[in-house]
Design a protein around this ligand. Structure first.
Ligand code: G1P
Length: 297
């Protein structure tokens, strides 16, 4: 019998240097798309997929994240007094059941694989999800939910996958495809940040994973990989070497790389346009901008 996935790890220890000076005093995961911080998108996606336990791997300076998921008694009392039910409801999504959220510190920035390994005792012997909050995915059915449904059929390890232009492959983990079954591929190898020549395909890993606890054991022994870091990709690749199943899942949805400024701005536009209360005004503004640009050319 395949077990249900109820735990998710959120690696949020990164310094976010690409967004300095903003990230000097706020965690990058608190940066907002329209009015919700990046981390809220990740949590909502996890909840939709049936996740019940949320494990944050944090570092120094991430206190704002812990506060964000706490109750805010003064704010709530004041909103209640003013009868602001809608806003109180909005705040509800930011609260967690007692005991549902755990924070673990990654004491040294040794890489994504190491960050996930830091959560090993809380995960114990269960399959678990990993969500990288920088990768924001707009989708009718949330990406992790799509994957959990597929995983119920396959078991094994599964990573979200997306075709990228060949010159972008060196920025990702890249899949070596054994068999292409459409939305799903079986994988015979994975390379983290390959050169363009070494990339086995242009199917890149995107920041959603469903992993077996065996991957954590692999991480016990893994050596530094690409960029001198302990790579999650390498620990998953060891599962392939041990002849256990690893799949890539081509999700339906649009992914934004909110770890980059351009991706973050694109996401802001896309999520802004998706909000009924903003759409008309924002759309009109964008149309005006684009005609002004055309006229200037
Ligand atoms: C991480 C993973 C990489 C994956 C990418 C997706 O890299 O190591 O395999 O393709 O996320 O966003 P990072 O972007 O943290 O360098």
């Amino acid at each position: 019998m395949k077990r249900r996935v109820t735990k998710a790890v959120f690696p949020v220890a990164g310094l976010g240097t690409r967004f300095l000076p903003a990230t000097k005093s706020i965690p990058k995961e608190i940066m907002t798309l329209v009015d919700r911080p990046l981390i809220q998108y990740a949590i909502d996606e996890a909840r939709a997929a049936g996740i019940k336990e949320f494990i944050f791997v944090t570092s120094r300076g991430k206190g704002a994240l812990e506060d964000y998921f706490d109750h805010a008694p003064e704010l709530e009392t004041s909103l209640r007094k003013k009868g602001k039910k809608d806003l109180l409801n909005t705040l509800k999504n930011t609260n967690m059941d007692s005991g549902a959220i755990a924070y673990i510190r990654q004491h040294k920035a040794l890489g994504l694989g190491h960050a996930v390994w830091c959560a090993r005792r809380l995960i114990a012997n269960e399959p678990f999800a990993v969500i990288l909050p920088d990768d924001v995915i707009a989708a009718e059915k949330p990406c992790l939910q799509q994957m959990v449904e597929a995983y119920e059929e396959t078991g094994g390890c599964m990573v979200a996958a997306m075709e990228v232009p060949a010159e972008k492959a060196p920025s990702y983990g890249v899949l070596d495809v054994k068999e292409d079954m459409g939305s799903m591929v079986s994988v015979q190898g994975m390379v983290e940040k390959p050169s363009m020549e070494e990339a086995p395909s242009n199917l890149a890993v995107i920041g959603r994973y469903i992993l077996t606890p065996q991957v954590l054991q692999n991480l016990n022994k893994i050596k530094q990989g690409a960029g001198g870091e302990i790579q999650l990709t390498d620990a998953i690749a060891q599962e392939i070497a041990a002849e256990r199943d690893v799949y890539g899942y081509r999700f339906r949805g649009q992914r934004f790389d909110c770890g980059s400024k351009a991706g973050y701005l694109q996401a802001t536009v896309a999520f802004g346009l998706s909000r009924p209360e903003l759409r008309d005004e924002f759309d009109a503004y964008l149309a005006e901008m684009s005609s002004l640009r055309k006229a200037a050319e």
